[in-house]
Design a protein around this ligand. Sequence first.
Ligand code: 13P
Length: 281
Amino acid sequence: MKASLKEELLKAKQGKYAVPAFNFDNLEMMKGIIEAAEEEKSPVILMVTESAAKYMGIDYVFSFALTATKNAKVPVVLHWDHGFDIALIKKAIDAGFSSVMLDSSLKEFNENVAETIEIVKYAKTKGVEVESEIGHVGGKEDDRVSNSNGYTDVNEAIEFDKQTQIDALAVAIGTSHGLFKGEIKLQFELLEELNSKISTPLVLHGSSQVPLEDLQKAISLGITKINIGTDLKMACAKGLQDWFNQNPDGFDARQYGRHAINFVKQEAKIKIKAFGSNNKA
Ligand code: 13P
């Protein structure tokens, strides 16, 4: 069933767990995510990026993700992730997404504020919620590679939150997107301070490959939405590799697809249990 981002994140804050936010790039990944959430009775955030949508076909992904959201037995927040293109963000809003993220985090503060306000105004008229980022989580996100990693400045974050009236705030505390993160050292003190001064739910991007204990500590310090992309892509690829190792002459797409779904599902369940969102739906 379709759910509200803010409501799910506020419940998570209260219950001291985080709602997993998973990216998907194909039907198998999407099915693995939904099956994991249903089997674990967990709310889930199903995320589409611009390049994933372009790969699957925007109209196709809109229709199958909206159907999956409506039919799921658990709350599903259908979320447009890392929107850079304002026209596409508005298209997702019009199509019936629960929430959208604008990523203008590499722009000047005032420009980031102005663009976020534009999206918030547009989204509000359609009952859609908005996430935006302050500070910058770098790495390889979608088809973009960013080498800059700027921690969130507390005063900027407070001002940004006040001016934009967003529903969820993505902060940069030491993670980065993608597989190769170097040494991961989360700034827990920074997170604690942000959480003590900002009531809007806080979001952690770039959470693949981060030790689960670190993510759990981040949850205890106020993170309510944890974005996972790469770990599920890897699970999907491993599922396919595994199937073809066992069936070198195989060709039935339904069989290797099912195997990939199972691998994605197992990985998603590990995250769900670690984030404590199981049995919360
Ligand atoms: P990872 O690929 O590092 O998990 O990051 C995903 C993400 O933050 C999507 O918004």
